[in-house]
Design a protein around this ligand. Sequence first.
Ligand SMILES: [Zn+2]
Length: 274
Amino acid sequence: MANKRMYIVSGGMIHCDLANMVCMPALGTAKENQVQSIWAKSPVTCMIIENEDGLVLYDTGCHPEAMTVRWDEGNRLRTPVEIGEREGILAALKTLGYRTDDVTHIVLSHLHEDHAGCIEFFDKAEILVSDRELTGTMRLYALHGDMGGYIKNDIKAWLDKEVCWSLVDDEEEERELLDGIKIINFGPGHTFGMMGLLVTLKESGNFLLVSDCVNTAANYGPPIRFPGLAYDTIGYQKTVERIRRLERKYHAKVLFGHDIGQYSQLKFVPEYYD
Ligand SMILES: [Zn+2]
């Protein structure tokens, strides 16, 4: 068993319209046709996996300066994030006694602001992303249109730092990254190309990290509920069905992208799962 420990990192709290996470959270009726948006808290997380052959991250959270210089005003208003001094991937690595250069691999679920915000700090690591996701993101950037959850300053930093991308294409449904760490390539759904991670631990068993393939337990259902932001709804549905099959096959615990109820049950750095 090559994984030693998995740490969960708290990356702060996004405050946003719940409709971002679950489509139509409050429906109007004939009696009440002026429904208000529900302003809710959504936790941000990422993971550190200590393996005998490397130090692996699954996602990186938001950039530490998201709310000052990094994000456009639109992103700061739509999804303001609050990051405590001891939160975020950089603080977590420091707490555990690691340098950023110790990270060997980063697997990215997708390239949105709250998942890929810190890539530039890891220019020695191999950064694994879906080919479709990188292609779709760079196309948006080139067309100068609405970037949605993608951040221009993040992309500029990736290009400036010449980070070391490693692409996972459509043909590859799964990839054994290291012993006990398997990338699951989910394809289009929430965004152009989503990836999950299956992590096997000796004591704690299997974890299936699915990020925003399933934002919350409400999305998982059954029945499945779409998020407010979905690039491909049929792909989204197929992905959730695949996650259910994997959950059964591996007796895995599924960790959602932004579920506040699940978040309150987890252990965070410096505690760990082994
Ligand atoms: Zn997210």
